[in-house]
Write a protein that binds this ligand. Structure first.
Ligand code: NI
Length: 243
């Protein structure tokens, strides 16, 4: 994840990457104590340090999880959102869903500019719902969970999304173009749906080898103990679900 020399997009180095190889969840997670956080949800890499969030690769089971609504917005959640923005910028993405960092909650972050200095372009969508979809348009998509894989996806051209912001205030947005596409892509993540599922059959076939390569790599990592087996990852995800 670290760029050579620690130089990241916009020249900003997330604080947790200055010393630690992993990001820290300051905790306590809503309704839980830090000690109760199932470290196993993530890789073993940092087990001896503190729990952290990182973008998990396909086919980590978190990416097929149906996330649960956020029940409480508190300091821990706000810190997690900050970590998610930092991870997103570091990976040069424009959107990141909580399931992509193995948190089974209905939340995603977006900054269509991908520029950490454009803080007014940062949007947090909590318990989002797309209440209207109109038209149809095709566009190229990629995903931080399948880095380097791109393909055309047909989406609604105009959407209306309702959600809550980090202060718990409800808001509604009508979105088109790139922001509309990102929100539809991220909203899908909360239901365990990936953009490769939305590709037309012929286009999906073209990237099949690439998808299989991700699967082979992840299963190999599990076999070598760098990732826990699926049942353990699934158990940890269940434990992280909001009560
Ligand atoms: Ni994605």
């Amino acid at each position: 994840m670290l760029q050579p020399g620690g130089e990241l997009a916009g020249g900003r180095v997330p604080r947790h990457f200055r010393q630690l190889p992993c990001a820290v969840i300051p905790g306590p997670w809503p309704g839980r104590h830090l000690a109760g956080l199932p470290l196993t949800v993530l890789s073993r890499r940092c087990l001896e340090e503190e729990p952290f969030v990182e973008i998990v690769p396909y086919p980590h089971p978190a990416l097929r999880w149906k996330a649960k609504p956020v029940s409480q917005i508190d300091a821990a959640l706000r810190s997690t959102v900050r970590e998610m923005f930092d991870l997103m910028y570091e990976a040069r993405g424009i959107g990141l869903a909580a399931t992509q960092v193995a948190l089974p909650i209905r939340l995603f972050v977006v900054n269509p500019t991908a520029d950490p200095d454009e803080t007014e372009e940062e949007f947090v969508f909590i318990n989002p719902e797309i209440v209207r979809r109109n038209g149809s348009s095709e566009g190229e998509e990629g995903c931080l969970s399948l880095p380097g894989l791109y393909g055309p996806v047909r989406r609604a051209e105009v959407i209306v999304v309702e959600a809550f912001d980090l202060k718990g205030r409800p808001f509604e947005m009508e979105l088109t173009d790139l922001p509309g596409r990102v929100v539809q892509h991220e909203n899908d993540h909360l239901d365990g749906i990936l953009f490769i599922d939305r590709m037309a059959e012929a286009d999906r076939r073209e990237v099949n080898d690439h998808v299989l390569a991700f699967e082979t790599e992840f299963r190999q990592a599990q076999a070598e103990g760098r990732w826990l087996p699926d049942p353990e990852l699934e158990r940890a995800l269940q434990e992280l679900e909001p009560g």
